[in-house]
Design a protein around this ligand. Structure first.
Ligand SMILES: CC(C)(COP(=O)(O)OP(=O)(O)OC[C@H]1O[C@@H](n2cnc3c(N)ncnc32)[C@H](O)[C@@H]1OP(=O)(O)O)[C@@H](O)C(=O)NCCC(=O)NCCS
Length: 196
């Protein structure tokens, strides 16, 4: 990547034809990341999470797993996972608009799926806006299928949520699916394991 993302006002920083393989670091989210996380959060979500909500999630000693994606010193995305028994719930996933479509979301979701497996989950679930086609396309690649609608789930826009599940993530077939996804990622991904 030749340049830093430097225009927060809509400049298309990294058009697909200029893509270069990225070296991305995934590491457990810490409080010092929250300033950038909150900035991305307000750019991508109509009802962003507050700092307090992130802080309370990070304070949960078990049953949660939050990661940031960094390129060099820059936080470019993040993800959250909540574990309830055999079910793992993707609470959030977002990439800085200046860095989207660079396989960073794919890397984050790959890490989520592996993390969930390592923590004993058998199924992954999430809610997504019915209008959010790009995210749904990403999720389908990871084996998520639609399982229901939550009417008016997003109160600020009164939009419905599509509930999606990826089943049997503990099975070998799912590991193979993740392996196939990983082989299509250009560049490198380094993961720093969480302490939990
Ligand atoms: C959804 C999101 C996390 C994806 O992150 P990303 O780094 O841009 O995604 P990737 O580059 O890894 O793309 C993975 C796949 O998702 C789909 N996708 C991603 N962005 C897309 C777009 N703008 N249009 C169409 N498909 C898109 C494609 O299938 C893509 O694979 P491909 O490039 O081989 O076609 C990111 O777009 C984002 O932060 N969106 C705003 C927040 C959000 O909607 N989060 C999900 C809430 S449920």
């Amino acid at each position: 990547m030749a340049a830093e993302p430097n225009d927060p006002h809509g400049f298309v920083f990294n058009p697909i034809e200029d893509r270069e393989p990225l070296d991305v670091m995934l590491l457990p989210m810490r409080r010092r990341h929250l300033r950038t996380v909150l900035r991305i959060e307000t750019e991508v979500y109509p009802r962003p999470w507050t700092t307090n909500l992130f802080v309370s999630e990070l304070a949960m000693r078990s049953g949660r797993s939050y990661y940031v994606a960094k390129i060099g010193p820059t936080v470019v995305g993040y993800s959250g996972l909540m574990l309830v028994g055999e079910d793992a719930h993707v609470t959030t996933i977002a990439v800085d608009p200046r860095w989207q479509t660079n396989q960073i979301g794919t890397r984050l979701l790959l890490n989520i799926a592996r993390d969930a497996r390592a923590r004993g989950a058998k199924h992954l679930t999430l809610e997504v806006r019915v209008s959010n086609e790009p995210a749904q396309k990403l999720y389908r690649r990871f084996g998520f299928h639609p399982a229901g609608i939550r009417k008016g789930y997003y109160v600020e826009t009164n939009e419905d949520a599509l509930v999606m599940w990826a089943d049997d993530i503990d099975e070998v077939e799912y590991v193979e699916r993740l392996g196939r996804i990983e082989t299509r990622i250009e560049g490198t991904t380094t993961v720093e394991a969480s302490r939990a």
